[in-house]
Design a protein around this ligand. Structure first.
Ligand SMILES: Cc1ncc(COP(=O)(O)O)c(C=O)c1O
Length: 451
């Protein structure tokens, strides 16, 4: 082993010792397999839709462009097919402009790495995605101006904003003072906890403390694209904050419920132009291939159809049933063995006055189940044919170890029941073995409605 391999091996051993070692695992979860996949982000089951597949192959065969885009968007990769899809997205999502990226990762790194400047502040929910952190680190914003607040807690945001305002007031006199933009980074549906952001309350807190022209609210809808809102337009749109609303920038990604890959950033024409000039992941990378553009056009036709509505309804009903079944089991299981992360009880409360059709407590296709022994639980479930992945630090904060369960629209209720029975068997086994005993707690899991 050479010196480099030795050094890397030592670092990997260190990771193993901390129980954080990652490796690539492949499971055959195709329809012919015995295994049921509860880890895929394919929430609407579009990747296995035969109608979508047929339509895609038909359009691909008829396309003048096949497969690759041949270059960066700024060179040969910029085609009318890319612009046409952006126009479609800007009108569908009610956004002044839209810019395609090869991935949600690229979009977040591009936006947070280039748009906020040294006089600005970036305030973010402590659970925002790693791509936002990578972007912020690459930006001109100094670390002390990048401030996290407690997850999904509008009061914690208020505290941070007031602190910023006090600092600004204590700074140089107002005639020379340069007041920057305050960026707020949120996700609409959090990927690990599966809870929805209290978006209206956050927007109200921003309005309380920060003048509107200094605000830039950035909403990552990676896990809600296609799933929430009419036609899958997302949470920002559903609560009436798209377009002229208070959410200035939205990220919609295509690798999860949309069943493809890539992302679109919905923003102002100036931000779009700025990113085209400064965002290195966009400038120095081959543009989205034509095969993907075609898959996205097909997926969006489906999302806007009755089939799309039926899939969204089915998903929400599975989630409702899962919660109804798991609630009594969690109620008699020590919290330290298995529990749900706390979720805001009514995330859209203030927006419901203006939008009465919004559900009080919406369902989510993602369920994070906290356990100190996620690997053991995952192995137990796998023995029963259920693929549920463990999630450990650094993906989640220490103490937030869990298994992450994702529901999909085409799952039968019987497999959801199988999963719940297996979870019950594991909880009973843990209790009998005395592992993970702690303060008994009763989970208050409320039934939630479709958004
Ligand atoms: C909240 C969030 N944002 C952004 C991304 C990155 O999106 P993509 O997979 O398209 O790179 C992810 C991916 O897991 C995500 O969960």
């Amino acid at each position: 082993m050479g010196a480099l391999d030795k050094r890397l091996e030592a670092l990997l051993q260190d990771r193993k010792a901390k129980n954080r070692f990652r490796s690539l695992k492949e499971y055959n979860t195709s329809t012919s397999s015995e295994l049921v996949d509860f880890s895929s982000n394919d929430y609407l089951s579009l990747t296995s839709s035969s109608e979508l597949r047929q339509e895609y192959l038909k359009r691909l065969a008829a396309s003048p462009h096949i497969l690759g885009s041949t270059g960066s968007r700024l060179l040969s990769g910029g085609t009318s097919a890319h612009s046409a899809l952006e126009s479609r997205f800007s009108s569908f999502f009610d956004s002044p402009a839209a810019l395609l990226f090869n991935s949600g990762w690229d979009a977040n790194v591009s936006f947070f790495g280039t748009v906020p400047q040294s006089s600005d502040w970036v305030v973010y929910d402590e659970l925002v995605h790693a791509s936002v952190h990578s972007g912020m680190r690459a930006s001109r914003v100094r670390p002390e101006r990048r401030i996290p607040f407690r997850h999904n807690d509008p009061d914690a945001l208020r505290e941070v904003l007031l602190r910023i305002r006090r600092k600004e007031d204590a700074g140089p006199s107002s005639s020379t003072k340069q007041e920057g933009v305050i960026f707020l980074a949120l996700e609409s549906l959090y990927s690990m906890d599966g809870d929805l952001a209290c978006l209206p309350a956050f927007l109200d807190v921003m309005d309380e403390v920060v003048p509107r022209d200094r605000q830039c609210v950035v909403l990552d809808e990676a896990h809600s694209t296609g799933v929430y809102g009419s036609g899958g337009r997302g949470v920002g749109h559903a609560i009436g904050e798209a377009g002229d609303g208070r959410v200035g920038v939205r990220l919609m990604t295509f690798g999860k419920a949309v069943g493809s890959s890539g992302a679109v950033l919905l923003c102002s024409p100036v931000i779009r132009s700025f990113l085209i000039n400064f965002a290195r992941p966009l400038i120095f990378s081959t543009a989205i291939p034509h095969s993907t553009l075609i898959s996205l056009e097909c997926a969006w036709d489906l999302l806007q159809s009755t089939d799309g509505d039926q899939r969204r309804d089915k998903l929400m009903s599975l989630s409702s049933n899962f919660h109804a079944l798991v609630r009594p089991i969690l109620a008699r299981t020590p919290r330290s063995t298995l529990s749900l992360p706390p979720a805001a009880a009514a995330p859209f409360a203030s927006a419901r006055q203006r939008h009465p059709t919004l559900p009080a407590d919406p369902f989510s296709p993602i369920i994070g189940l906290l356990t100190p022994r996620p690997h053991a639980l995952s192995a137990f479930l796998l023995e029963r044919g259920l693929v549920v992945r463990p999630v450990v630090p650094p993906t989640v904060p220490p103490g937030g170890e869990r298994v992450r369960i994702c529901l999909r629209a085409d799952m039968g209720m019987e497999v959801v029941e199988r999963l719940v029975k297996a979870l019950e068997a594991w909880a009973d086994q843990e209790r009998a073995g005395g592992v993970g005993r702690g303060t008994a707690g009763v989970q208050q899991v409320q039934l939630r409605g479709r958004l």
